[in-house]
Design a protein around this ligand. Structure first.
Ligand code: AMP
Ligand code: TRP
Length: 333
């Protein structure tokens, strides 16, 4: 059986990269897989989060999933901290994963920056928690953006080592990454070599899912480009990362291929293209944003969805966790 698990951190500023690189693809997977989508609040606190903002952001991410079209009745939407088994399994995986494996994680190096000594232990062990998220449900497929590929490889290594160390061949599956769509890496509007990120200090670098039409248009108008016209073909786009990014966003939002978009705008100036892109973004995101706002005004409804999702997640996880504990040799009397 195929089961999907994926997660998004409620760390504020849900942006176009999260939508095009993650949530939108999840919606497309619902017909073919049993899906579990998680707001990973325990991952979020690996870096300081204001408690009230964390709560609000948890609801916002859930609202974005629902507004984008995830069916919370047929599938599961919940927040991680409501299912304690994530933390239990993460501890076991802390004892399976090797220091050398974690030392290779590039996201830790990026996030910890120069002041490594001052990073939380949680930030370092974060990939073990992510492996626990996935393997707690024996998920087989994990839709993520490119940036999460290395973490998924670690989850595969942990699964294989657990199976091997405890002599339980095939107990944990090898989860496969699903890197979908044309916008696997949406880049900053101000620097085409950096990914669009929640933590970028420049508000103009990203389009937030809460931005109104004017803000979206302004950010696209002020997006970095270069003095040349739009490229005639894909080859002419080389070395122009900002241009490639805007064309990629256009292709993703309009569900057309990059080549078609290049052909459509070949040789034109940026003024008209940016206006078309802004109109397209507002047309595609507007209805989702309206629905998000409606949901955010009804927190009782969002909380009920998360509560129900957590209950169903727990009932899938419980028998698997019992088997894991028995396998490890934990006495349960
Ligand atoms: P995060 O915001 O780090 O919790 O990421 C949530 C999901 O969005 C993950 O699947 C990421 O791979 C994806 N994602 C985050 N930033 C981008 C981006 N700039 N482009 C494409 N996907 C992204
Ligand atoms: N680490 C992921 C990110 O920052 C979020 C995440 C946590 C996740 N657990 C997961 C993604 C399990 C997929 C599967 O984007």
């Amino acid at each position: 059986m195929s089961r999907i698990f994926s997660g998004i951190q409620p760390t504020g500023n849900l942006h176009l990269g999260n939508y095009l690189g993650a949530v939108r693809n999840w919606v497309k997977l619902q017909d073919d897989f049993e899906c579990i989508f998680c707001v990973v609040d325990m991952h979020a606190i690996t870096q300081w989060q204001d408690p009230a903002a964390l709560t609000a952001s948890t609801r916002e991410v859930a609202a974005a999933m629902i507004a984008s079209g995830v069916d919370a009745k047929k599938h599961i939407i919940f927040n991680q901290s409501q299912v304690a088994a994530h933390a239990e399994l993460a501890w076991i995986f802390n004892c399976v994963a090797r220091l050398g494996w974690l030392n290779r994680m590039t996201q830790f190096k990026d996030k910890a920056g120069k002041n490594r000594e001052n990073a939380s232990v949680g930030l370092y062990a974060y990939p073990n928690l992510m492996a626990a998220d996935i393997l707690l449900y024996r998920a087989t497929h994990v839709p993520v953006g490119e940036d999460q590929k290395q973490h998924l490889e670690l989850a595969r290594d942990i699964a294989a080592k657990f199976n091997h160390d405890f002599g339980v061949e095939d107990f944990f599956p090898q989860p496969e990454p699903l890197i979908l769509g044309t916008a696997t890496r949406v880049m900053s509007l101000k620097d085409g070599t950096k990914k669009m990120s929640k933590s970028d200090p420049s508000a103009l670098s990203r389009i937030n899912m809460t931005d109104d039409a004017d803000a979206i248009a302004k950010k696209i108008r002020e997006a970095k480009t270069d003095p040349e016209a739009l490229p005639e073909d894909a080859k002419a786009m080389e070395g122009r990362p900002e241009v490639a990014n805007l064309l990629g966003i256009y292709a993703a939002l309009s569900d057309t291929s990059l080549d078609d978009v290049i052909a459509q705008f070949a040789g034109q100036g940026f003024g008209a293209f940016k206006k078309d892109l802004a109109d397209l973004a507002v047309a595609k995101l507007g209805p989702i944003q309206d629905e998000m706002r409606r949901l955010m005004d009804d927190t009782a409804h969002i909380d009920a969805v998360l509560k129900d999702g957590a209950q169903r997640a727990r009932s899938i996880a419980a028998p698997i966790m019992t088997e894991i504990k028995q396998t490890v040799g934990f006495l349960n009397v």
